[in-house]
Design a protein. Structure first.
Length: 64
C-alpha cells in the first residue's frame, strides 16, 4: 500500500510505513549528502514517516 506525503511543497508517493532512508532512495538522493527534518527535527534514516508528517529535505553543500 502507498501513501502520499508532501516534501518541500511537492507531493511524493512512497510505500506505507516508509522510513527516511526509503524516502531518500525513492528521491534518488545520497543520504551522506542530505539532511531530512521531520516535523522540524533532524531525522535519522530509520525514522518512520506518516502522511501527516511535515518533511523537509536539505542537500548538504560542500566547498570552500
Amino acid at each position: 500500500m502507498a501513501m502520499e506525503i508532501t516534501v518541500d511543497g511537492r507531493k511524493v508517493r512512497i510505500r506505507s510505513a516508509s522510513t527516511v532512508a526509503d524516502l531518500l532512495g525513492a528521491l534518488k538522493l545520497n543520504p551522506e549528502e542530505t539532511l531530512v527534518k521531520v516535523n522540524g527535527k533532524l531525522a535519522p534514516g530509520g525514522k518512520r514517516i506518516s502522511p501527516k508528517d511535515s518533511v523537509r529535505v536539505m542537500r548538504v553543500i560542500f566547498g570552500g
